[in-house]
Design a protein around this ligand. Sequence first.
Ligand code: TK8
Length: 338
Amino acid sequence: MKLIRRTLLAATAAALLAAPLAGLAQDVKSRIIRFGYGLNEQSNQGRAVKVFADEVAKASNGKLRLRAIGAAALGSDVQMQQALIGGAQEMMVGSTATLVGITQEMALWDTPFLFNNTQEADAVLDGPVGQKVMDKLQEKGLVGLVYWENGFRNLTNNKRPVTKVEDMDGIKLRVMQNNVFLDSFKMLGANAVPLPFSELFSALETKTVDGQENPYNTILSSKFYEVQKYLSVTNHVYSPWIVTVSKKWWDTLSKDEQKILLDAAKKSRDFERKDTRAEAAQALAELRAKGMLINELTPAETDRMRARLTQVNASIATGVGQALWDETQAELKRLRAK
Ligand code: TK8
């Protein structure tokens, strides 16, 4: 008797699990989702937004329709964040660095040389520390879903190859709109100027600034090679992107709708990281072929740059809170001991 009951239970459970999602009465309304991003459609960011849009359409039987709007046509990262908070736009993906003005804890990701490789980045961002930082956004009217990879940042400029810290002297360098980046590059001797990404190409073209720093993928997809001569491999910081939702809007969604968006975001993340890494592996050769002069720093010069840059660590720790800083360092130590 017991056995029969158990078998019946198991069979029912199996049937429930096997029922296609679409077959269940899903609480999903017809909705248009404005999803903004800063790079162009052909970039790694644009490709991943497309994957996200397709996943959302598939999982909602076409009811949730994502209107992807790239090239900062809805505004810079900072402007879009405000639109999300106000409820005028539903979703976006952008740099965590531009969120520091809203949520201090995001400055953790601006720590120079925090991660040694992408495995460390994935483990920390997708682990408890990453989640804690992301959850902080909710108090400010944003919901973070997943981190994507922007990547390790490298320096380009039109003045000279940067082979040592001193070469940064007087270079007018565009930085992201964030005090950690501003302080870091001032520390290196550059004349750091915060500017939204959407104004960067023309600032380089008109020589309003001499240089900038971004991952290889962006230097390629945004055609910075057309207006920049030197690329110095510095890998000075790993930048994440973050997919965020307007909390005002998120709170009006059903549990089913929220789940569709979160699941699709995770799929897009897995695609995006693979795609970005594959592109980054090829990008340097392509940039060289486009005419950029590329130089690496010697290990000794990298160490000197690191020593200068990491002088900002103490103020980052104060900004994000010592407990969170320590937890991150402990997590990295644990990962490195493996
Ligand atoms: C795109 C930016 C960009 C970032 C920057 O909107 O601003 O330099 O690296 O990816 O978020």
